[in-house]
Design a protein. Structure first.
Length: 113
């Protein structure tokens, strides 16, 4: 969830929302979700996500505005391809839509084609 300035203020999981018939989004959301910045190094991020069992992280700018969602599965593929020397642009042609700053996968909003 983001406020009027697009700053991330909470996270509402679809299962929680589906289980609640009454109340507000604010009542059901988890405040202060973990976020990462677009310039976060990928390998250490993948290691932390794997250790914590985190499936996805929100990517924000320095002001806390949402840039996108980075899923661990997509991050794993990007790290493997980068270590093998595969151009990330080939992933973009397969359906990754880069946001606005080059081909850094941490800056990508990953959507299924």
């Amino acid at each position: 969830m983001a406020d009027a300035g697009q700053v991330v203020v909470g996270l509402l999981h679809h299962r929680v929302a589906a289980a609640r018939a009454e109340g507000t989004v604010e009542d059901a959301m988890r405040p202060g979700p973990a976020t990462v910045r677009a310039d976060e190094p990928l390998v250490p991020l993948l290691e932390r996500m794997t250790r914590a069992g985190t499936d996805a992280v929100l990517v924000t700018d320095p002001e806390g505005r949402l840039l996108g969602l980075l899923e661990r599965e997509d991050l794993q593929r990007a790290v493997v391809r980068a270590s093998a020397g595969t151009d990330i642009a080939s992933d973009q042609r397969r359906g990754w839509s880069a946001m606005s700053h080059g081909t850094n996968p941490a800056r990508a909003h990953l959507e299924a084609p």
